[in-house]
Design a protein around this ligand. Structure first.
Ligand SMILES: NC(=O)c1ccc[n+]([C@@H]2O[C@H](COP(=O)([O-])OP(=O)(O)OC[C@H]3O[C@@H](n4cnc5c(N)ncnc54)[C@H](O)[C@@H]3O)[C@@H](O)[C@H]2O)c1
Length: 331
């Protein structure tokens, strides 16, 4: 019999990639609130292999009904509010989903004796790296600099304390910036592609000097499965690619691949508290046998092609996005 896996946030960008990759290896139950960022279309290729339950992880009563019925052997917890700009406008939904939701999952996983709990955190909990040459190891201090990463760090502390106090069988994962198919177009890469496709101005914060480490979502999801299978309980694992670029270079590279002029780029007022550089040392995960397989040039071209072919999926979200963009990206 296949192990029973409860996946929170499985209708989101990374969660759905994980579910699509693993649908035939586990009996998967996806629990997702379907916020603006969640979309069941991402799961259409595996819809008859999985069970989907629409539910809010912040609602403990509803979550208890699900755990009682499903009795999962393992949990992979992706569900979260994830966009930094939104957390700067209003952090309360982030506190509900990322902190209260995580506490509920820990409580119920203990009650129903879950054997392994993989908690998806982020490299943003480290804050920004000031040195150009060093990468954060898993032992570095948590120094979140924006409201989103503060809630992710708080969630990690809840997991850490449960590991220590109750021997809770959890592993924490800190991935770098993901890009790839199905990402909601409020994030940097799909914003550039979608705006270029419509020949609209592309907002780049400040002078675009912030450095990000780009990891293909497919490599990230494979890394998470490796950690689910082989990761040691109580440990933390970074997932990165060692491929770092500043944002202006990434924007220009995408424009070049799309045969669009760099004049589409428009510098906008920097995001408050904007972290300068994220960079993680993922040698610990590499020792388990994982390494990234998709080079950026290949991954980004596939991503551009996918968005070009699936522009109707994006355009259904355009009205909502136009309103959002006009609020966030001020000149
Ligand atoms: N995208 C990245 O580059 C990145 C990098 C590092 C870590 N992460 C982490 O990975 C995880 C997944 O990120 P993503 O980019 O796929 O996010 P996403 O925003 O695309 O998807 C989040 C999903 O969670 C669901 N969700 C939100 N609140 C919920 C709630 N209260 N109850 C149930 N479901 C809820 C949404 O409906 C959505 O389907 C998050 O925990 C995020 O912090 C993301």
């Amino acid at each position: 019999m296949k192990p029973k896996l409860l996946v929170t946030g499985g209708a989101g960008f990374i969660g759905s990639e994980f579910v699509r990759q693993q649908a035939d290896k586990y009996t998967i139950v996806v629990v997702d609130k379907l916020t603006y960022a969640g979309d069941r279309h991402r799961l259409k290729t595996v819809a008859d292999q999985i069970e989907f339950v629409k539910a809010d992880i912040a609602n403990v009563k509803r979550l208890n009904e699900i755990f009682k019925r499903v009795k999962p052997a393992m949990v992979v917890h992706f569900a979260a509010e994830t966009h930094v700009d939104r957390s700067i406008q209003d952090n309360h939904p982030f506190i509900q989903s990322n902190i209260i939701g995580t506490q509920n999952l820990v409580d119920l996983s203990r009650t129903y004796k879950v054997k392994k709990f993989v908690h998806i955190s982020t490299d943003e909990v480290y804050g920004d790296s000031t040195s150009k040459h060093s990468r954060f190891k898993e032992t570095a201090a948590l120094k979140p600099n924006n409201p989103y990463s503060a809630t992710k760090a708080a969630a990690e502390c809840i997991i850490r304390s449960a590991i220590r106090t109750y021997q809770f069988p959890a592993v924490i994962v800190r991935p770098a910036n993901n890009y790839g198919l199905w990402q909601y177009p409020e994030k940097f890469v799909p914003v550039i592609i979608l705006k270029s496709l419509h020949n609209q101005k592309i907002p780049v914060y400040g002078k675009g000097q912030q450095i990000r480490e780009w990891l293909h979502v497919s490599d990230c999801a494979r890394g998470i499965n490796m950690i689910l299978k082989k990761g040691k309980v109580g440990e933390i694992y970074n997932i990165g690619s060692y491929f770092e670029r500043n944002n202006i270079t990434t924007a220009r590279t995408i424009l070049d691949y799309m045969n669009k002029p760099h004049t589409l780029i428009k510098y906008v007022k920097d995001r408050p508290g904007h972290d300068f550089r994220y960079s993680v040392d993922c040698s610990k995960l590499r020792k388990l046998g994982w390494k990234p397989q998709i080079r950026f040039e290949v991954g980004i071209n596939n991503t551009i092609q996918w968005y070009t072919e699936n522009v109707t999926w994006l355009e259904r979200k355009m009205d909502f996005l136009q309103k959002y963009w006009s609020k966030v990206y001020k000149s």
